[in-house]
Write a new protein. Structure first.
Length: 202
């Protein structure tokens, strides 16, 4: 994992240690109706490292993901993933009271993701950011995929992918990130991961 502080804040904010049991951990035998999370094997394959999945944990992830994080409520449930190198991932799920609220929340996340690069540059003057919209994934009520590349004045270059999807009144945000640029984005594999995440919600 990279030890660069600023890069960690910008690009691998979702990467936390996957060992141990965090406070608020959701029991493995979750109650019926609780959304299921991605397993480590369902993340985009890494060329030289296996993925490790952390516990499913109640509450907002800490730190929040670079894009979409500010919109996540305290009722979020999340799971972080890491490799032995510089790649990390995160899934956050929110169950709303009804379908209309879920639709509105998914749209809020999409709006945040669509404006992420501009927001990052406004917050960090020494960082240049660009993004791409990779289209819709056909899974349940649908999901949308985005890519964000950040390049810092001190030389750090990081690529992040995000997806937001919905099934009924449940919304999920999926994040993947590592050092690199758009050419390093595993678009097809991340779309497959996104489809799996949405289909597993219920």
């Amino acid at each position: 994992m990279s030890v660069r502080v600023n890069v960690k804040l910008l690009a691998t904010a979702a990467v936390v240690a996957a060992s141990g049991v965090a406070v608020g951990t959701v029991p493995a035998a979750a109650a019926e109706g609780t959304p299921r999370f991605l397993s480590a094997s369902e993340l985009p394959p890494h060329a030289s490292s296996a993925w490790h999945a952390g516990p499913v944990t109640a509450g907002q992830p800490d730190p929040l993901p670079m894009c979409g994080g500010e919109a996540l409520p305290s009722t979020s449930v999340h799971r972080a993933y890491r490799t032995d190198l510089d790649t990390g991932a995160l899934q956050v799920t929110v169950v709303e009271r009804d379908v209309q609220r879920a639709k509105a929340f998914a749209e809020l996340l999409r709006k945040d993701l669509a404006g992420c690069a501009k927001k990052v540059m406004a917050q960090y003057p020494d960082v240049t950011a660009a993004q791409k919209y990779y289209g819709k994934v056909d899974a349940e009520e649908g999901a949308h995929v985005y890519g964000v590349h950040t390049e810092a004045s001190w030389g750090a270059s990081d690529i992040n992918m995000y997806a937001v999807g919905r099934d009924g009144r449940t919304v999920t945000l999926v994040h993947w990130g590592q050092m690199g640029d758009f050419s390093d984005a595993p678009v097809s594999a991340f779309k497959a991961t996104t489809a799996t995440a949405v289909k597993k919600l219920y």
